[in-house]
Unconditional design. Structure first.
Length: 423
């Protein structure tokens, strides 16, 4: 019996702050991921004495579940017909296993392949395989067949933020997670440090499993999440306070995706610190936009987690005040100094839509039909194949984080309009 796993299971079962006991922003208990003397069942052992076949499978031993979870990022029984049930800000990797098919007017079949729904991590023990189309990261050279959880998250938690705001991979001890807005965790005390947001790797990071690719050249972003974050957003939204540096960090693997010097990269939407919402007055549009045809909103209630933005600051004390899920922080951008980032449109893990988008933008310009979520089991326009796109209404609702369609217009257009209002 592995006593380390038993200890971890007890700690995680405590919920709330007890769930942080395993990582705590730094290196976790070694025996939780490695078996010091190997596993007698060789089929469950991986390289480097891992307790599973590969790094991602090792992570998912704790971060996968069959029902709604807390720190889980994968619904492990979706192949039996269960709708993905994890509502973390990053999304549910289970969408990678849901492929949707529907007929079009030409008599052929349209498709939304599972592997197109997000980062196709390799997790052999959970049936997750590499992307068969993109052999390397779009705009970069990271090999798809080596993409795992530890491609982004440092399993040993070496990167930390010091009290002066600098980020290093060594030095003062890490005393807390650094990912949450709690008063005792948001800011490192002098002589101590907190972990980086979600254990993201920093400058120089490169797991051995990646092979000969360029190490990370950008530091982790500054961001804080609320304590309760894997939850339905039907009543109140989960607000992650993104501060600065997210898009710049994504460029560690997607360096050329927006580069005008690379003719193969045609998507040029501005992102990052230079993409201020004030550039074209988008911050005013964001605050005024409520839904299709209704532009009478107010800054105090304009925020939506389906179109988040960076606040353009690294002050963790301020960010901590905004990182909530109880509905008390609903204000939108205030200065125009806020900026668009990669996660304004995408989720970091996977979604029910192509390209890990937060709503169905690539294959439909409309989100609701007759005040209903589209689905093959819907009625009226919402049931038409071109609108349902092979999904059940429950799958559409889950992809929209359990929201009720009544918050939108009867025929709600794409949420690109939250910043552009072209509907």
């Amino acid at each position: 019996m592995r006593w380390g796993r038993l200890t971890i299971a007890v700690a995680l079962a405590l919920g709330g702050r007890g769930a942080l006991a395993f990582h705590e922003g730094g290196v976790a208990a070694c025996e939780g991921c490695h078996s010091m003397h190997g596993d007698p069942d060789a089929s469950k052992s991986g390289p480097n004495l891992l307790v599973a076949s590969d790094p991602s499978s090792t992570c998912l031993q704790c971060h996968a579940t069959t029902g709604p979870g807390t720190y889980q990022v994968y619904t492990s029984n979706v192949m039996s017909g269960i709708v993905p049930q994890q509502y973390t800000p990053g999304g549910d990797f289970a969408w990678l296993q849901r492929t949707f098919l529907w007929p079009n007017a030409k008599g052929t079949t349209e498709t939304s392949p599972g592997e197109r729904h997000g980062h196709s991590i390799v997790a052999q023990d959970y049936g997750l395989a590499a992307d068969s189309v993109n052999l390397t990261s779009p705009g970069g050279s990271y090999p798809s067949d080596r993409l795992t959880c530890i491609s982004c998250h440092d399993p040993h938690g070496r990167y930390r933020q010091l009290s002066d705001g600098s980020i290093t991979s060594s030095g003062t001890p890490t005393f807390a997670s650094g990912s949450y807005g709690g008063m005792d965790l948001k800011t490192p005390f002098p002589g101590f440090s907190v972990g980086t947001y979600r254990l993201l790797g920093g400058v120089g990071y490169l797991p051995k499993s990646a092979g000969a690719v360029q190490p990370f050249f950008s530091p982790p972003p500054v961001a804080l999440a609320p304590w309760s974050y894997n939850r339905s957003e039907r009543v109140t939204e989960t607000r992650v306070a993104y501060g600065t540096g997210m898009s710049e960090w994504c460029q560690n693997c997607h360096a050329n995706i927006h580069a005008t010097s690379d003719p193969s990269q045609t998507f040029k939407h501005p992102v990052g610190a230079s993409a201020r919402l004030a550039t074209g007055g988008e911050f005013s549009i964001y605050n005024n936009y409520i839904r299709t045809g209704v532009l009478t909103g107010a800054q105090a209630t304009s925020y939506t987690s389906l179109v988040p933005y960076e606040e353009g600051l690294a002050n963790r004390t301020v960010l901590a005040q905004h990182a909530v899920s109880d509905g008390t922080q609903t204000s939108g951008p205030t200065t125009g100094g806020e900026n668009v980032m990669c996660l304004s449109c995408h989720r970091a893990h996977a979604t029910g839509w192509d390209h890990a988008l937060r709503w169905n933008m690539p294959q439909s310009g409309t989100i609701t039909f007759g005040s209903s979520w589209p689905g093959v089991d819907a009625i009226g326009d919402a049931r038409l194949p071109a609108n349902a796109q092979g999904r059940l209404q429950a799958e559409t609702r889950a992809a929209m984080y359990d929201r009720d369609p009544s918050i939108y217009s009867a025929y709600q257009k794409t949420l690109c309009n939250k910043c552009h209002a072209q509907d």
